[in-house]
Ligand binder design. Structure first.
Ligand code: SAM
Length: 332
């Protein structure tokens, strides 16, 4: 790329607010559209993402307020992925102003594979302390943020999708309560499934909170900006679906003691014996509560569950919501 990203600034453009008026684009609730039109806030997000001299993918650019900040702060290239075609004319203006640094992909990020988005030369081996000069940034729609995060965590655990290039950091927004759950430490009443499955794979930090009133239109909730850096070694070295299942079922009943929390992982008639066996194997007290367990202790429970699954290959498929036929469940 011939452009020197250090010195590149966008030419003077109409404000995002004016462009929204000009193209008569109104926020759609269905796509959770809440725009961040205050440059102080968009610049703060981009500063945290540390994108200078990096190749960046932005999710859900909308009319482009964060996009502008990314381009102005000196990213080398920027690909934006947006679902709503009404933003095409506004984004096209930015493409023109960005002088070859920006491209737009119209699509749904939930099904989009970023595995070919960047040049292969930019990949950095996972085990290296160095991280690739690649970043993912997004003011995510609320209705997409959590399912997308879970999907991406699985990709991080498999080193697939964008993470086939190495440990790409992400700077993402969530409803504040969700951000608090992601970073909640042991003993915190916000400690939940998200805390454990995020923290076993990534270093996470809740960098700042954006008041709801800073958005247009203003949602009823505040928003947290969270930074994720994939760990070199996950704290639990087991397949993501297994870890996710154990952690999800455990926190389904988070205020109960572990003896009850693990019940849903095992079918009758041997449920109690299997819970006892799993807890014994993992050396976890049956009276402990999930919010007081650290990631390493969850790891021991996952290993114990895996041993029991190896003994009974049908166990992993067991879903307490649809009992096995031999227990008297029916197909209807
Ligand atoms: N980045 C802009 C900002 O900060 O003002 C817009 C943020 S708005 C909260 C979320 C954006 O994500 C919208 O532009 C919306 O159209 C887009 N979006 C919603 N669902 C999406 C999906 N599944 N894939 C890609 N973009 C999506």
């Amino acid at each position: 790329m011939s452009v020197s990203a250090d010195v590149f600034r966008l030419p003077l453009l109409p404000s995002v607010r004016d462009l929204l008026k000009l193209y008569n684009v109104k926020a759609t609730k269905r796509l959770s559209q809440n725009f961040l039109l205050d440059p102080k806030i968009t610049n703060k997000i981009v500063k945290i993402a540390n994108i200078r001299n990096c190749h960046v993918c932005e999710v859900g650019p909308g009319p482009g307020p964060i996009t502008r900040a990314l381009l102005n702060r000196g990213c080398v290239s920027l690909t934006v992925i947006e679902k709503d075609p009404r933003f095409i004319p506004v984004l096209e203006q930015l493409v023109e102003a960005a002088d070859g640094r920006m491209s737009v992909i119209m699509g749904d990020i939930l099904s989009y594979n970023m595995g070919a988005l960047f040049d292969q030369n930019l990949a950095v081996p996972w085990e290296s302390e160095e991280i690739p000069q690649l970043r993912i940034v997004g003011n995510l729609p609320f209705n997409v943020a959590t399912p997308l995060l879970i999907k991406w965590l699985e990709c991080i655990s498999n080193r697939s999708n964008a993470w086939s290039y190495g440990r790409i950091p992400m700077t993402l927004t969530f409803q504040k309560e969700v951000a608090e759950r992601i970073v909640a430490q042991i003993g915190d009443h916000q400690r939940s499934r998200l805390s454990v499955i995020c923290q076993y794979l990534c270093h996470v930090s809740h960098r700042f909170t954006i008041p709801g009133k800073a958005f247009v239109p203003a949602p009823d909730v505040d928003v947290g900006v969270v930074k994720f850096l994939p760990r070199v070694e996950p704290l639990i070295k087991l397949p993501f679906p297994l870890v996710e299942k154990v952690v999800r079922e455990t926190f389904n009943t988070k205020n109960k003691i572990m003896f009850n929390c693990l019940r849903n992982l095992f079918p009758e008639p041997n449920r109690k014996q299997m819970v006892t066996e799993a807890l014994n194997m993992a050396d976890i007290s049956p009276a402990s509560r999930p919010i007081f367990l650290d990631v390493e202790e969850f790891g021991r429970i996952c290993y114990a569950y895996k041993k029991l699954c190896d003994r009974d290959p049908k166990l992993f498929e067991y879903d307490y919501r649809s009992p096995r036929k031999e227990e008297g469940g029916n197909d209807l």
